[in-house]
Design a protein around this ligand. Sequence first.
Ligand SMILES: O=C(CO)[C@@H](O)[C@H](O)[C@H](O)[C@H](O)COP(=O)(O)O
Ligand SMILES: [Zn+2]
Length: 199
Amino acid sequence: MLEQRIQQNFIESADLKYQAAETLSKPIAQGVQAVLACVTSGGKVLACGNGGSAADAQHFSAEFVGRFERERPELAAIALTTDSSILTAIANDYDYNRIFSKQVRALGQSGDVLLAISTSGNSANVLAAIEAAHEREMTVIALTGRGGGKMGAVLRETDVHICVPHERTARIQEVHILALHCICDGVDAQLLGEQDNPA
Ligand SMILES: O=C(CO)[C@@H](O)[C@H](O)[C@H](O)[C@H](O)COP(=O)(O)O
Ligand SMILES: [Zn+2]
């Protein structure tokens, strides 16, 4: 019955979040430190992903540039998923796999962070963006699932890997957005102090 199915989705998502709280708190804290080091020394975050992960890249950038829960100075983040002229020109003239990597080469500088989001860890355009970020001496924060896929294999020791221990794309995405909110919350706490957040 439909309502049972819906309840099962809620339970599966909640179970995964309980389970992942312990394993992911360390890499998420590393992610907070990486973006703090970046933005407090004048750097910026470039964010990319496909489909729901493109939405996550934009969601995170909005909260960085605008605000999360508390007033604070603007922080630099650009979602590489939003400029339809750039995206269509690169996909049309070169290859869809290069839509993010060419933007990383154009905009990325040493000390910047690439937020690379893929539930499978296997999206070729996100993998190419990671390669470009390494060329530009950027730190990569990778949000993946399903064991990390190809992305897990190309990350460097100085990168951060937030790998959700699940196989289903939807469940992995639900933890990705929680992890991104934890990064926003952690950055605010480090910048503004640990006071309770507003409702
Ligand atoms: O949101 C969803 C599914 O929940 C889809 O839009 C999903 O993001 C797309 O199929 C993506 O292309 C999947 O790519 P990836 O997560 O494997 O990198
Ligand atoms: Zn989705």
